[in-house]
Write a protein that binds this ligand. Structure first.
Ligand code: GLN
Length: 226
């Protein structure tokens, strides 16, 4: 077991998946978003330099474990399953899964009502786990959210389950889509690390505390969630 020691001025490679607006997305070929601003604020506090690498969401944790990257920030939910393999920072955002339908579906009162329906999820997202646990559901797995939304608009599937904020982003400019208001469990987004990198985890957690206390975090919140 080797432990990487990171100090001021070191370059730390950070994996993300820039298909998850407003947390990370491409704007004129640059990766921008809430998570990127948070990362910059952490960089200012710690003196660590971050280099971001864009990759498929389900490749992020493997890349972390094979040391292709040292951290992952990707609107990633800290789940007990993932915690078996990696360590998470303190939570930095609360989210939940929502159901998107084309037009209102009044039969949808809870996630269980998705039973018997064709539901689009993104491979390896927490929504995949939530939907896969529902009895009688027909799960359709997609590699990207926009592909699932496209399939929904083409009536190829009945619903899409996705994180609340990206769901709002996808549906905001399109009146055909409705976000069903049904109860969902709260999820915590957190930054992922290799379990051994305790020093780095502590530095980032201390920076997160500072950013929350000094108003920097609220500034970033306001910028993306008006
Ligand atoms: N929060 C979801 C998850 O952790 C989706 C994250 C993402 O697509 N970037 O699986």
């Amino acid at each position: 077991i080797s432990v990487s020691v990171f100090a001021k001025g070191d370059v730390i490679y950070v994996g993300t998946n820039a298909e998850f607006a407003p947390f990370e997305y491409l704007e004129k070929n640059n990766i921008v978003g809430f998570d990127i601003d948070l990362l910059n604020a952490i960089s200012k506090e710690t003196g660590l330099e971050f280099k971001i690498q864009d990759m498929a969401f389900d490749g992020l944790l493997p890349a972390l474990q094979t040391k292709k990257v040292d951290m992952v920030i990707a609107g990633m939910t800290a789940t007990p399953e993932r915690e078996k393999a990696v360590a998470f920072s303190k939570p930095y955002f609360k989210a939940k899964q929502v159901v998107i339908t084309k037009g209102e579906d009044k039969s949808l009162k809870s996630f269980k009502d998705l039973s018997g329906k064709k539901v689009g999820v993104m491979l390896g997202f927490t929504g995949d786990t939530v939907v896969s646990e529902i009895k009688g559901v027909k799960v359709e797995r997609f590699n990207a959210a926009y592909a699932a939304i496209l399939a929904l608009s083409q009536n190829k599937i009945d619903a899409v389950v996705l994180d609340s904020e990206p769901a709002k982003n996808y549906t905001a400019n399109n009146k055909q889509f409705v976000i069903a208001n049904i109860p969902a469990e709260e999820e915590d987004y957190a930054i992922a690390f290799r379990k051994n990198d305790k020093e780095l985890i502590n530095k980032v957690n201390a920076a997160l505390d500072k950013i929350k206390a000094n108003g920097e975090y609220d500034k970033i919140l306001k910028k993306y969630f008006k």
